[in-house]
Design a protein around this ligand. Structure first.
Ligand code: ADP
Ligand code: ADP
Length: 237
């Protein structure tokens, strides 16, 4: 469960990113955030896992304040949150396996990451995650040998291996062609349905939003201008 309580974000240069956002996202929802470029979609997502600080209000993740959390408490809240980016954010020269496990192995296990000493349990988790996105046979291929769509599915597997309960996806299909877009969105939908992982996905395509979302949140100039079901969104359009 993710709760925004009167959240505002003003960037250091004075630009308003978000203004007075009040909403709750329940476990298992597939929320798509739509809006034009600059509407505040990235600012919203980055606020959820505190990739940046909000300037007013509070955000709770599973009843814990991520806004106030420090040190280990912050780390523990973030462990439940997987993040997927437009440009995949993989370590291109590392294997798929290593990339998938990078969401799991904490900052304290750098040695493991360097020497590739992955515990058996972690490896099994990674292979399960890769199987879900149809890439089990690519586990030991270098990430940059994969197509864009495959790389994005690796980043989905990374969130799964992390055992995230929430996945934040910031324009995950913006750089992909229509066929690959469908594969990636179908994977997110399947994971949402089968594993009940909450999805919060930024998209600029309203058509895609209507196809996949259970709830659509429309942002404009940092404010919520629509929040409802897909059928309500269709009535309005
Ligand atoms: P998008 O519209 O796809 O969210 P942008 O091109 O707006 O991406 O932003 C790319 C990067 O530049 C992001 O890291 C964002 O935080 C930063 N950025 C966007 N707008 C500004 C701005 N007005 N001043 C400084 N940095 C910005
Ligand atoms: P979207 O993801 O919907 O394209 P953003 O959240 O990236 O929108 O941007 C919302 C507003 O905040 C825009 O006016 C953008 O220029 C501004 N912005 C984003 N990142 C930064 C930044 N790092 N510094 C200053 N302004 C920013």
């Amino acid at each position: 469960m993710i709760e925004f309580k009167n959240v505002s974000k003003v960037y250091p240069n004075g630009t308003r990113g978000l203004t007075n956002i009040d909403l709750t996202i329940e476990e298992g929802e597939f929320v798509v955030i739509v809006g034009l470029s600059g509407a505040g979609k990235s600012t919203f997502l980055r606020s959820v896992n505190r990739l940046h600080e909000i300037t007013e209000g509070e955000i709770n993740v599973n009843n814990k304040s991520i806004t106030k959390a420090k040190g280990k408490a912050l780390y523990e809240i973030r462990r439940d949150i997987g993040m997927i980016f437009q440009n995949f954010n993989l370590v291109k020269r590392s294997s798929v396996m290593r990339n998938v496990l990078s969401g799991r192995v904490g900052y304290h296990s750098t040695l493991r990451m360097i020497f590739g000493l992955f515990p058996k349990h972690d490896k099994e988790l990674a292979l399960d995650a890769l199987e879900r996105v149809g890439l089990k046979d690519k586990a030991y291929v270098r990430a940059d040998q994969l197509s864009g769509g495959q790389q994005q599915r690796v980043s989905i597997a990374r969130a799964l291996a992390q055992e995230a309960k929430v996945i934040l996806a910031d324009e995950p299909v913006a750089s992909l062609d229509p066929l690959t877009t469908k594969q990636v969105m179908d994977d997110l939908a399947k994971i949402n349905e089968e594993l009940k992982i909450t999805m919060i996905v930024n998209l600029h395509s309203v058509d895609l939003a209507k196809k996949y979302a259970t709830r659509i949140i429309g942002l404009k100039e940092g404010k919520v201008v629509f929040d409802g079901s897909v059928s309500e969104a269709t009535d309005k359009a």
